[in-house]
Design a protein around this ligand. Structure first.
Ligand code: KG4
Ligand code: ZN
Length: 343
């Protein structure tokens, strides 16, 4: 069965075609980075309007590119939440209208479930169960993924998400939005050992995180070095970026190790935008080979928001008849552990 995936929860418009027997046919993503750049962050109303402009032409051209038409579709999966209400409603409306007109299956997907399942699009893929570190712009969570649809929250951030900390610190350093990739790039030319930034909650015997203090530590540092980041030299900023990245990566790596030990699971999955961070990947890989567990990442372009992961989650739910009641709706706030199991 051919499934159309639609992602519109924030500032990326994504469409994908997934064949339940043979896997992902293709996907495209339009990033709104240029649209929001001058505001230094996502403007929700602009995001919704851009999704409206892009979605149908993107669906048409993806179908055309793969020699398909809407009549070949057997189901549609869209991101139902969590996310920006207006942005979600665009995907929900298009998906619902198309599914109704074509009399095909419709499934609303939890955005974080899509991220959690995205490593299944890699080869080799993990088997259930596994521990997942979900590190996106809005979430930092450690989950025990016992089976598809069966998720237990092991720990999460008490304040800022890791991606949010990257973005806010990047802004402090005068880097353009979105800050995560820009800060990671600047860190490459920095000396991580020059400034020792705090490792929040590293020594606490739990699986929770706290990152908001880090950006305050960076602010204090820039004030000590000059009168804020504008006064710091390029090398100072690169050294701060490297020190900041190292602090976050240290905490994430050590909490992942702790989660593997407490659950006695042997596989770790890293999902979400911050999972694209190369320093995080190399530190996690080193920890895994030392401790003897396996790590899985989604393909790097599927770490950030995309519809391929939404189509995959939809295909799994449709295949097992676990689509739940799916009225035309968007769920800006939605608890992951309230989902019905898939298998
Ligand atoms: O998963 P995602 O695309 O969107 C959400 O669902 O939030 O994650 C976006 C987040 C942003 O905070 C972005 O700055 C961060 O992921 N990010 C990175 C990198 N690439 C994206 N953070 C650090 N290093 C990166 N290379
Ligand atoms: Zn996301």
């Amino acid at each position: 069965m051919l499934i159309l995936g639609i992602e519109s929860s924030c500032d990326e418009t994504g469409v994908a075609l997934y064949e339940t027997d043979s896997g992902l046919l293709g996907h495209t993503v339009h990033s709104q980075v240029a649209l929001h750049a001058e505001y230094g962050g996502v403007v929700p109303e602009l995001a919704s309007r851009d999704h409206i402009r892009r979605l149908l032409p993107m669906i048409r051209s993806l179908l055309l590119q793969h020699g398909c038409s809407v009549n070949d579709l057997g189901g549609i999966a869209y991101t139902q939440g969590p996310g920006l209400a207006g942005a979600l409603l665009v995907g929900a409306s298009v998906a619902s209208a198309l599914a109704y007109a074509l009399s095909i299956r419709l499934v609303g997907i939890h955005h974080l479930e899509a991220h959690l399942l995205s490593p299944l699009l890699s080869s080799p893929a993990p088997d259930f169960p596994f521990v997942a570190l979900l590190v996106s712009g809005g979430h930092t969570q450690l989950m025990a993924v016992k089976a598809a649809g069966d998720y237990e929250l092991l720990g999460e951030t008490r304040d800022d998400a890791a991606g949010e900390a990257f973005d806010k610190t990047a802004k402090l350093l005068g880097l353009p939005y979105p800050g995560g990739p820009a800060l990671a790039q600047l860190a490459q030319s920095g000396n991580a050992a020059r400034f020792r930034l705090p490792r929040p909650m590293l020594d606490q015997d739990n699986l929770d995180f706290s990152f908001s203090g880090l950006k305050t530590a960076v602010l204090t540092l820039t004030r000590q070095l000059g009168d804020g980041a504008a006064e710091c030299s390029q090398q100072d900023k690169a050294d701060i970026a490297a020190g900041f990245q190292e602090a976050i990566v240290d905490v994430l790596t050590s909490k992942c190790l702790r989660a593997i030990n407490t659950t006695a699971m042997s596989q770790l999955v890293i999902a979400g935008g911050v999972g694209a961070n190369r320093r995080l990947r190399s530190r996690i890989d080193a920890a895994a080979s030392k401790a003897g567990f396996r790590v899985f990442y989604p393909p790097i372009e599927l770490c950030t928001d995309n519809a391929a992961m939404v189509a995959l989650a939809g295909a799994m739910r449709i295949k097992h008849g676990r689509t739940g009641a799916c009225p035309f709706s968007a769920r800006p706030r939605w608890d992951l552990d309230s989902l019905p199991a898939i298998t």
